[in-house]
Ligand binder design. Sequence first.
Ligand code: ADP
Ligand code: MG
Length: 234
Amino acid sequence: NKEFIQQSEKLSVVGELAAGIAHEIRNPLTSLKGFTQLLENKYSTDREYVEIMISEIDRINTIVSELLLLAKPGRDDFRAVDLNRLLRNVSMLMSAQANLHGVAIKQENAHSLRDVMIYGDENKLKQVFVNIMKNAIEAMEYGGSIIIETKMTDRMIAISITDDGLGIPSHILQKIGNPFYTTKDKGTGLGLMVSKSIIESHQGDLQIESEEGQGTTVQVILPIMKNPCETAES
Ligand code: ADP
Ligand code: MG
């Protein structure tokens, strides 16, 4: 699939550039926020404006943090990751937000995941599943469920996250994963692009299937670590 490959190459160039710029933006942003917070106390009559300024600074911060995750996949943080534990952690992390929106998170066949290890960056992988589950919750305005399922071959594991939310029309599906493409008022349009790039840096793949009005399945495919003890050391 040539078009697809070109697309992901383009994204990785954009990603490296973006991560570089994001890094440069972060420091001035931190001091900007600090001084704005000082203003908030000083000019209490204009508090409303200052609050808007602070929330806009926070928004830039969110975008910058997401871009920074694209930084070249340093292999330094790669180690053996227990996938079952990671998925349970992420589900726990998301459970408050899920409850608030009437969403139930169910993990099917968790027992089959026992002892499945991935060689990777735990925090970045966590970020991927957080992004996917956040999108799922945001797609289910009136509640619903998220089902996590796994399928395994001897080399790869496929983790699918399915929601029964509003789904994605096919003309929009093609644009998803393009930098800054979002259909949300407060979206960044970076979550899936960053997630895809992280999964690709783990020699894996991320795919989206969706049916408008039915729901969406995001599938993350990752190589299984053959011999955790040996590879983790080397
Ligand atoms: P953001 O969430 O900030 O908009 P993402 O990259 O995470 O950015 O997602 C891009 C777009 O993909 C979303 O704006 C939404 O239109 C669509 N999308 C992603 N996940 C889902 C989902 N589970 N259900 C419906 N639409 C989705
Ligand atoms: Mg998102």
